[in-house]
Design a protein. Structure first.
Length: 371
């Protein structure tokens, strides 16, 4: 029997939903779900209810309801998020370390997530990377210098460390935080026009892409009778260049957590490559949630983010070649049983930090002139 979407509330399957959409992204710490449900009493989606969305037995979201809307006429809506959203909404707990000597970005993530009861997982290639020293001398193993302060959000603390290390952090759907390398997994199924692509759109938007990125950080200094450490705008500077922008178009980023040249450089390079990736992207829609095809028997095998996918879409001048899945939307209508998956794909080096970004996009051509 093919796998089907399931909504569970406090461990019990909830059958009163009409439509749902689960959204996951490599650039967001938590996935989300939008549920349209029939008016239900007693109301199961209390603020502390445990909410899960599964595809068969494959978890796509594990967390809590965060919003509800009851509209007259029978349209009741529920929005839920992975439990990892608490990291983005809550402050880094007082009493935790402010400096991390000898620690890796993975260590920082575990320390910041521990008070929330959120498990931090990783992959074997990432563990191997954490034992090495990067060619930039930063972030692959021990962080050279990383200082934070109480009052920052927990996710800001984690994300700052991950960006130095060239790692991604996002919720994979099971309630944990996954720390992993970008684009190391490959999809066993290709996206191809005439085979499984229902609709495909190539989107170009260069409005948020710049030729030169400057990150200004803060200088830490001990002042006062108790040597209180304060951060003031200082000379900490990081730079990156995007050669895909063929005219003078600089931008400045002020990083309130940036307190070293390594951190500033990492942020500049990360910002440059991510903006370049998002400036040219492919939106692909396929039938079903299972990448093997609608109605595939056996265990669920849903499309996943952070995978390299072979793509061939000649009608929009894309491929053949590999693209990285940046985000996925899984949509379902209960009455009709209709399932669709919408994938947003970007250039495969979307998270590969480098001093100079080249102009290649999803089409594989030099797009520095907007072509």
């Amino acid at each position: 029997m093919p796998a089907a979407p399931r909504v569970l509330v406090d461990g019990r399957e909830f059958l009163g939903w009409k439509e749902l959409t689960v959204h996951r992204s490599v650039s967001e710490v938590a996935g989300s779900v939008e549920l349209s449900v029939f008016p239900t009493r007693p109301w199961p989606f209390g603020r502390n209810a445990h909410l899960e969305v599964r595809f068969g037995d494959q978890p796509l979201l594990t967390g809590f309801p965060f919003k509800e809307q009851r509209v007259g006429g029978g349209e009741w809506l529920v929005t839920g998020f992975d439990s990892t959203l608490d990291l983005a909404h809550s402050i880094y707990a007082a009493g935790q370390p402010l400096d991390f000597p000898g620690k890796s970005a993975f260590d920082v993530a575990k320390i910041a997530a521990e008070p929330f009861g959120i498990r931090v997982a990783t992959t074997a290639p990432t563990v191997e990377r954490l034992t090495q020293v990067s060619d930039l001398g930063i972030g692959a193993g021990q962080l050279p210098y990383y200082h934070v302060d109480w009052g920052f959000r927990a996710w800001d603390v984690i994300e700052g460390a991950l960006r130095q290390a060239g790692l991604l952090g996002y919720g994979p759907g099971d309630g944990s935080l996954l720390v992993t390398l970008p684009g190391r997994a490959r999809s066993p199924v290709a996206l191809k026009q005439g085979r499984n692509l229902v609709r495909v759109t190539r989107i170009g938007d260069w409005s948020e892409r710049f030729s030169y990125y400057v990150v200004r950080g803060f200088e830490l200094a001990a002042t006062g009778p108790h040597d209180t450490v304060v951060a003031t705008p200082g000379p900490t500077i990081g730079e990156a260049r995007d050669d895909g922008v063929g005219r003078y178009r600089p931008t400045l980023v002020v990083g309130e957590m940036v307190s070293s040249p390594e951190m500033a450089t990492a942020l500049a390079q990360w910002d440059a490559i991510w903006r370049a990736a998002m400036s040219m992207r492919l939106v692909a829609q396929v039938a079903g949630w299972d990448r093997r095809g609608p109605g595939a028997p056996g265990s669920a095998d849903a499309w996943l983010v952070n995978e390299l996918v072979p793509v061939d879409a000649p009608e929009v001048d894309v491929g053949p070649g590999e693209l990285l899945t940046a985000s996925i939307d899984y949509s379902a209508t209960r009455e009709s049983g209709g399932l669709t998956t919408t994938l947003t794909l970007v250039r495969p080096d979307a998270f590969a930090r480098k001093p100079v970004v080249e102009g290649l996009g999803v089409g594989g051509a030099d797009e520095g002139d907007g072509g």
